[in-house]
Design a protein around this ligand. Sequence first.
Ligand code: 4NP
Length: 175
Amino acid sequence: MTTPPEPPAAPLAMAQPTSLLFVCLGNICRSPAAEGVFLHLIGLQGLEHAFRADSAGTGDWHVGRPADERMRSAAARRGIDLPSRARQITHSDLSRFDHVLTMDRQNLKAVRGLAGKGEATAQISPLTGYCRRYDIEEVPDPYYGGEEGFDRVLDLLEDACGGLLETLTAERTQR
Ligand code: 4NP
């Protein structure tokens, strides 16, 4: 008896969207920028149906606020909108999202600590692991620095989010 051939992988448009949560400390600088950069990239590639992106902070000081004005201006100069309002990460996020991407070691430790409190299915990883041009381990916090820090964050995020999108798109086509 011959074995029937494997069914073809589901086309990108039919598969469930891959969901991503970007996480930093305050959710007003780096993670809303990562969310905006990622949304911008999927928009350019017509992949809005395939991905869902959100962001959150490990802290609660800025809950409800839009992204920092300096971060929004730097992003707007690159044609990138930052639509988020700050919120604090919750334990349920760690099962609601497929991937949780952290900006620095402190965020990674905090998210892993939260994950240790119960069931958590999300894959938790540092966003900088997806950089292609930059050899760095953290996206530096620009909050207490000058304007150039916000541009540096965007340079790193454009690199990392491009690598992330490439990796996840390849994974989706292999499903
Ligand atoms: P973020 O930056 O973690 O990239 O949003 C920060 C924003 C605010 C503070 C720290 C970091 N803060 O201490 O208020």
